[in-house]
Design a protein around this ligand. Structure first.
Ligand SMILES: [Mg+2]
Length: 492
């Protein structure tokens, strides 16, 4: 699978969780919102820990748990839907901190007869009764981004799945249609690398299309703040899309990811849900490499997922497995038993509290005295565990070691984001390991970006890094950073 598509797949649940955890503190005015300055403070209705994501992403993970084993193919089969419904009940029994009204009105009665066979039908029947009064909350839409990964080549199947999974708890036609539109937008963002909310209109019944066309035009022509009554599935979709549309001037600049989430949270009311919805689609568009590493590292998981704690890495793993693009390709040197890299552990020439090193140095984190890490290579769980560091103090950067320009999306941004993450950890007082597999290409490139961030002249900084790391490779990554500091040569 194309490495940029893989990157975008990996961004879906990660982007959603970042939006969710950023929005949690301000849910239904739990805390005052300082415009543009939402932080992962925890709290909210569910008394979440800082960085913990809420029901929106938790329920999306339940769907992914079923999709991963079948690569999404069986999600609309009776047994697939029964399993999703069973995961929803497992989630209910885990005692989630917070739950939407309609979801609660369906899951509690459904739990009285929890046998998996026929569960989806029973749950959907209760959902239809619950929707008879016209209830059309945003609880089906909030968890639907992951469905966009379940059939990347098949828009009809994506629409059927979005509808059926939504209807397990949210049976109103508008709920199902909003889920179809958003799942299709995620599928298009991942497979084609573009943002398009109208792509799913033709998947709806012809009679429904003018209503949604009007709704989208409203979202694009009115201020995002207009959509404050966003507990309703239609206004929730409008709030999320209006926030994305409002930042369209930033184009494909990954800085738009955070700018949009801040806009979405600034709308107020159901802040975590609107930001989770927007974050899922933005993560699909910008990919894991376009989500600030210093923000993603602050995610604090969910203490109770299928009987065990889950973390940020589970989001990436579940998304890749849902799309049939396995996590196993993200190698662990420890688990594979392949030859270990050698330790380097060289102090950064401009800041000796930054240690330049290898994967071996991460495993020896305690020994070499680092308290945090910025990892530029794909780690296995054994490396993380062996480091002894809190996973929230290991920022993982999605950066492919390649001289092929097509492998990394927005390469310069990602390299500088990695350097800024080193800086953020240093500002918190940490001694930081900056590492890749062997400290030959990625590490020196980001080390140079860090020197530039500290205001050092590029040629001098480069000379000192060359000396420290004994003449590392000067490939595309290094060249990209180096050129970013040089004034462009004027045309002859
Ligand atoms: Mg929530």
């Amino acid at each position: 699978m194309d490495s940029q598509v893989r990157n975008r797949i990996a961004g879906v649940l990660l982007g959603q969780a970042v939006g969710d955890a950023l929005g949690v503190p301000y849910e239904f005015d739990s805390a005052p919102i300082k415009a543009g300055r939402a932080e992962m403070l925890g709290g909210g209705l569910g008394h979440y820990r800082p960085g913990e994501w809420s029901d929106d992403t938790q329920m999306a993970m339940c769907i992914a748990e079923v999709a991963r084993s079948s690569h999404g193919a069986a999600l609309t089969s009776q047994s697939g839907l029964d399993q999703v419904a069973a995961w929803f009940l497992k989630w209910l029994n885990s005692g989630p901190g917070d739950m939407g009204v309609l979801t609660s009105r369906v899951l509690h009665p459904a739990s009285h007869q929890p046998e998996t066979a026929g569960l989806a039908q029973r749950m959907s029947r209760i959902a239809r009764q619950a929707a008879a009064d016209g209830s059309a909350g945003n609880g089906g839409l909030m968890r639907t981004a992951i469905v966009g990964l379940s059939a990347l080549q098949d828009r009809q199947q994506t629409a059927r799945t979005a509808s059926a999974i939504c209807a397990l708890t949210h049976a109103h036609q508008l709920c199902q249609e909003s889920a179809v539109l958003w799942s299709e937008a995620v599928r298009v963002a991942v497979s084609e690398g573009r943002l398009d909310i109208r792509g799913g209109l033709e998947l709806l019944e012809p009679a429904s299309r003018p209503y949604w066309e009007d709704g989208i035009v409203q979202a694009e022509s009115q201020d995002p703040g207009t959509f404050r009554a966003n507990g309703f599935t239609v206004t929730a979709l409008q709030a999320a899309w209006s926030s994305i549309h409002a930042t369209r001037g930033m184009g494909a600049d990954p800085a738009r990811f955070v700018a949009t989430l801040q806009t979405a949270i600034g709308i107020g009311h159901d802040t975590d849900t609107v930001a989770a919805i927007a974050g899922g689609l933005l993560g699909a568009y910008f990919g894991a490499s376009g989500i600030p590493a210093n923000l993603a590292r602050q995610l604090n998981g969910w203490p109770e997922h299928g009987g065990r704690p889950s973390g940020r890495r589970d989001l990436v793993r579940l998304a890749l497995e849902t799309a049939g693009s396995g996590w196993s390709q993200c190698g662990s040197l420890l688990a594979s038993g392949s030859s270990r890299t050698v330790s380097r552990a060289v102090p950064h020439p401009e800041d000796p509290q930054v240690i330049l090193g290898t994967e071996d140095d991460l495993v020896r984190a305690k020994e070499i005295g680092v308290t945090a890490a910025v990892s530029l290579s794909r780690l296995g769980d054994p490396e993380i565990a062996a480091s002894g560091l809190d996973p929230r103090l290991i920022a993982e950067v999605w950066l492919i070691d390649s001289d092929d320009r097509s492998k990394n999306a927005h390469l310069l941004w990602t390299l500088h984001d990695a350097a800024e993450t080193v800086k953020a950890l240093r500002d918190e007082g940490h001694t930081v390991l900056l590492h890749c597999v062997a400290a030959e290409h990625r590490t020196p490139a980001v080390a140079l970006a860090y020197s530039l961030l500290l205001g050092r002249p590029v040629a001098e900084a480069n000379g000192r890094i060359e000396q420290a790391l004994n003449h590392p490779k000067q490939g595309l990554l290094w060249q990209t950073v180096y050129d970013s500091a040089r004034p462009a040569t004027p045309p002859p």
